[in-house]
Design a protein around this ligand. Structure first.
Ligand SMILES: [Zn+2]
Length: 158
């Protein structure tokens, strides 16, 4: 008698990717890679819309008391490797450290010009994670996004 592998091997426990998970991930990224970056205001993190061309964003409230990090809502799906979310959060943390979306002194004129985000991530020891992230996004993101969008629109488009 044979059982299929799927039938006898239980699913590995997947963490529930809710906003508490996001919050924990932000804390881990901050502790591990940005321990020299002071937390000078309240930093909140949650999921945003399922954007097509943006994985995250960071904005500062008018009174500068709160920074808001938004992570693309599709990153809560288990098909997306966890390191994609980790690097997305780290990317927004680079902006925070550089004074974009944060009350810290602004260290550059533009948030992305000259590849400063990638350079900063590598400098902070995220080279391996960044490469895996970059490859996954390059190889899979648009197909994954299209699959999701088509699946979502199927019931109403008939
Ligand atoms: Zn950015």
């Amino acid at each position: 008698m044979y059982a299929t592998r799927e039938a006898i091997v239980p699913e590995p426990d997947q963490p529930v990717r809710d906003r508490w998970w996001l919050r924990g991930l932000l804390q881990d990224v901050w502790d591990q890679y940005f321990s020299d970056t002071p937390r000078v205001n309240l930093v909140r993190i949650s999921y945003g819309a399922p954007w097509k061309t943006r994985l995250g964003s960071i904005t500062l409230s008018d009174d500068h008391r709160t920074s808001y990090i938004l992570v693309n809502g599709l990153l809560r799906l288990a098909e997306v490797p966890e390191y994609v979310t980790t690097v997305t959060i780290a990317h927004e943390m680079v902006h925070y450290a550089h004074g974009f979306g944060s009350p810290l002194p602004r260290r550059y004129k533009h948030p992305h010009r000259g590849g400063i985000v990638k350079r900063e991530l590598l400098r902070r020891g995220m080279g391996v994670e960044y490469t895996r992230y970059d490859e996954w996004v390059y190889d899979h993101w648009y197909d994954f996004y299209d699959g999701y969008v088509n699946q979502e629109t199927r019931p109403t488009s008939a």
